[in-house]
Design a protein around this ligand. Structure first.
Ligand code: AGP
Length: 619
C-alpha cells in the first residue's frame, strides 16, 4: 500500500513530487524518498519518517531537474529505515526504481543476482527488482551497443516476466533523461496527461492539482512517458490504445479545508455523500431504484437466487448490513464473506449466484482476487466502488459507483454510509422485482431522502460527543453491542475505535454477551450499546441492565427523546428516529465521532494511524 508519483516536463520536479507524495501519504507513511535526473546524474534523497522529514532533507539538499520519481512507503519487506526507503538503485547506480506491491520470488532472484556479483544495500524486494531490470538492460546494451530507450523497455519486459507477485512501478535511467517508464500488475498506476508535462501516480489525488485527464493502466501494461507524449504497450510488446478519462473531483476536494483532520471533514461530508449515492437513482413513480451500471437485464436480475458480498474491513461491515437489507426487502438468500477467505475457500456457488464486491478504493488485493476467482468460475460479478476507473471497477461485469468523492482519512467514514445507501437502493430495486410492495418501497425511499438531514442533526452533537469521549479515553478495552441491522454497526464502531485510538475493542450481537463476553465487564471496560427504539429495543435494554448490574459503564446510542434509556446508561448519544432498515445509516455516525475524539484525547494521528494504510494492495 505505498504511494508512487512521477513527473516529467519543463518545471522543477522536486516540489511537484513532494506535493504529490503529501497527497499519497495516506497510502503509506513510514518512509519516503525521491530521485530526480539532470545532466545524466541522479539526485537521490530518501529517509525513514514522514513526508515532512523528507521535505526537511530537501531544504538542506535540494534535488534539481525536471524529471523525477517519488515514493511513500508502507513497509512490507524490511523495516522502515533510510536504506529501505525508495527509490532503489540497480547495481550500476544508473537505474532508479519505486515500487508498490510484493515480489514473491525476490529471494531466488536475489540469490541468482548475488551469484552474478550483485551487491544489495537493503532488505527490500524492490531493490532486487531494480537490479534485475538493470541486469537485463546492461546485457542488452553489451549485445547491441549504443544505449537506446527501447532497450530499457525491453529490459523491463524481460524482468517483469520473471517476476511473481504484484507491482506498480516507475523507473528512471541515467542514460535516458527524458524518459520515465511505468508498469503495473495488481497495484494501481495511472498516467496524468498534462500540457508539455506528464505524470505517473498510484492514484489521482497525487496529481489532480495539475491535470484531471488520466489514463488508468491495466495489469501487464507498460508505459513510456516523455514530457510531450506517452506510449502504452503490453508485456508482450503489443500496442495499446489508451483511454483518456476526465476525473470527477478537483484538488480542492482533497483539501482539509476548515477541519483539523481529513477524518472529521469526511465524517461531516456524510450528508452530501449519502445524497451523492442516491442522486438520480430513485424513481418515485415506480417506487424503486434505478441503477444503470449493473449491466444486467431485468430478467437476469429477476433470476438471481443468491447473493454473496465479498469485501474487507469496513466494506465487509457494509456487506453485513447488505445481508439484512437484501434478505428482508428482496427475500434473496444473501451472505457476506471475508474476501481473503472467499478467494481460497472454493465455496459451492450455483449458476444464478451474484458475487458482489464492495470496495471504496477498488484496489484491495483480497477483494480483487475474490472478483477474479469468481469470474474465473464464470460468475456474474458486480461491485460497489468509490474510485472511478479503479481495478475492481474495470474488471467486474457492472456495478454502482458511490460518488462519495476522495476519502483521504485512513479510517473509512463517508464511504461507509455511502455504501450503506447503495445497499438500500440495491435491496429496494431487487425487492420491487419480487415481493416488496410499492407503498413499502416508496416509504423506504422517501425516508432515505431524509437521512442527510438526520445525519446533520447528529453532527450538531459533535462537541457533546467530544466531552463524553474525554471520560473514556483512558479505557483499555471496549465492548460494542447491538442486535439485527445494528450488529454490523457494533463491529464497525469497534473497528473505528481500535484502528485510530489503538484501544482494544470487540463487537458482538448483544444477546451473545451472556455466552462469554460478559466476563469482560468491569468498571474499567465501557460497553457501547446501539439501542434505538425499535422492534428489539426491550431486549437490548435488558442487556444494558445486565452490564450495569456488574458495574460496567454504558454508553448508549439511542433515539432522540428516549428518556428511559437515559436512566439506564451513563451517557446517551442520540440519533433521530427512522425506519429500522435505515438505522445503520444514522447509528454509525456517533460512533465515528466517539472514536475520533477518543483518539484525539490519546494524541493519536487519526488520519494516518500506525501500521495502517488506506488501500491494502498487498496480501
Ligand atoms: C476501515 O476504516 C479501514 N480503512 C479498512 O478496513 C478498509 O475498510 C478496508 O481495507 C477495505 O478497503 P476498500 O473499501 O478500499 O476495499
Amino acid at each position: 500500500m505505498c504511494g508512487i508519483v512521477g513527473f516529467i516536463g519543463r518545471k522543477p520536479a522536486q516540489n511537484i513530487l513532494l506535493e504529490g507524495l503529501r497527497r499519497l501519504e495516506y497510502r503509506g507513511y513510514d518512509s519516503a524518498g525521491l530521485c530526480t535526473l539532470t545532466d545524466h546524474q541522479f539526485q537521490l534523497r530518501k529517509k525513514a519518517g514522514r513526508i515532512q522529514d523528507l521535505a526537511a532533507l530537501l531544504r538542506q539538499q535540494p534535488a534539481t531537474g525536471t524529471c523525477g520519481i517519488g515514493h511513500t512507503r508502507w513497509a512490507t519487506h524490511g523495516p522502515p529505515t533510510d536504506v529501505n526507503a525508495h527509490p532503489h538503485l540497480d547495481q550500476s547506480g544508473r537505474l532508479a526504481l519505486v515500487h508498490n506491491g510484493v515480489i514473491e520470488n525476490y529471494h531466488s532472484i536475489r540469490e541468482h543476482l548475488t551469484a552474478a556479483g550483485h551487491q544489495f544495500q537493503s532488505q527490500t524486494d524492490t531493490e532486487v527488482l531494480a537490479h534485475l531490470i538493470g541486469h537485463h538492460y546492461d546485457l542488452i546494451v553489451q549485445q547491441r551497443g549504443k544505449p537506446e530507450p527501447a532497450y530499457l523497455v525491453e529490459a523491463v519486459r524481460r524482468a517483469l516476466k520473471e517476476v511473481i507477485g504484484t507491482y506498480g512501478i516507475a523507473l528512471l535511467h541515467a542514460d535516458h533523461p527524458g524518459l520515465i517508464i511505468g508498469a503495473r500488475r495488481g497495484s494501481p498506476l495511472l498516467i496524468g496527461v498534462g500540457r508539455h508535462e506528464n505524470f505517473l501516480a498510484s492514484d489521482v489525488s497525487a496529481i489532480v492539482a495539475h491535470t484531471r485527464r488520466v489514463v488508468y493502466l491495466n495489469d501487464f501494461e507498460i508505459v513510456t512517458v516523455t514530457g510531450d507524449d506517452f506510449q502504452v504497450t503490453t508485456l508482450d510488446a503489443a500496442s495499446v490504445t489508451p483511454e483518456i478519462r476526465e476525473v470527477e473531483f478537483t484538488a480542492e476536494d482533497t483539501e482539509r479545508g476548515r477541519f483539523p483532520h481529513y477524518m472529521l471533514k469526511e465524517i461531516f461530508e456524510q450528508p452530501q455523500a449519502v445524497q451523492n449515492a442516491y442522486r438520480g437513482r430513485i424513481s418515485h413513480d415506480e417506487c424503486t431504484a434505478k441503477l444503470g451500471g449493473l449491466n444486467l437485464t431485468p430478467s437476469e436480475l429477476r433470476a438471481v437466487d443468491r447473493i454473496v458480498f465479498v469485501s474487507c474491513g469496513t466494506a465487509l461491515h457494509a456487506g453485513m448490513v447488505g445481508e439484512y437489507l437484501m434478505e428482508e426487502l428482496a427475500r434473496i438468500p444473501t451472505e457476506w464473506e471475508y474476501a481473503s477467505e472467499f478467494r481460497y475457500r472454493n465455496a459451492p456457488i450455483e449458476k444464478n449466484t451474484l458475487v458482489f464486491a464492495i470496495s471504496q478504493s477498488g484496489e484491495t488485493i483480497d477483494t480483487l482476487a475474490a472478483v477474479r476467482e469468481s469470474r474465473r468460475k464464470g460468475h456474474k460479478t458486480l461491485a460497489i466502488v468509490n474510485v472511478v476507473g479503479s481495478t475492481i471497477a474495470r474488471e467486474v461485469d457492472g456495478g454502482v459507483y458511490m460518488h462519495a468523492g476522495p476519502e483521504i482519512g485512513v479510517a473509512a467514514t463517508k464511504t461507509f454510509t455511502s455504501q450503506l445507501t447503495v445497499m438500500v437502493l440495491l435491496s429496494v430495486l431487487m425487492g420491487r422485482m419480487r415481493h416488496l410492495s410499492a407503498p413499502r418501497g416508496a416509504e423506504i425511499l422517501r425516508e432515505l431522502e431524509r437521512i442527510p438531514g438526520k445525519i446533520e442533526r447528529i453532527l450538531a452533537q459533535n462537541d457533546t460527543i467530544a466531552t463524553i469521549a474525554k471520560q473514556y479515553a483512558e479505557a483499555n478495552s471496549f465492548l460494542f453491542l447491538a442486535r439485527q441491522h445494528n450488529y454490523p454497526i457494533a463491529l464497525e464502531g469497534a473497528l473505528k475505535l481500535k484502528e485510530i485510538s489503538y484501544i482494544h475493542a470487540e463487537g458482538y450481537p448483544a444477546a451473545e454477551m451472556k455466552h462469554g463476553p460478559i466476563a469482560l465487564v468491569e468498571p474499567r471496560t465501557p460497553s457501547v450499546f446501539i439501542c434505538p427504539q425499535n422492534s428489539i429495543y426491550e431486549k437490548t435494554l435488558a442487556n444494558i441492565e445486565e452490564v450495569r448490574a456488574r458495574k460496567g459503564p454504558v454508553i448508549a446510542v439511542g433515539t432522540e427523546g428516549d428518556t428511559e434509556l437515559a436512566k439506564r446508561a451513563d451517557h446517551v448519544l442520540y440519533v433521530p428516529s427512522t425506519l429500522e432498515v435505515l438505522e445503520p445509516l444514522l447509528t454509525v455516525v456517533p460512533l465515528q465521532l466517539l472514536a475520533y475524539h477518543i483518539a484525539l484525547c490519546r494524541g493519536c494521528d487519526v488520519d494516518k494511524p500506525r501500521n495502517l494504510a488506506k488501500s491494502v494492495t498487498v496480501e
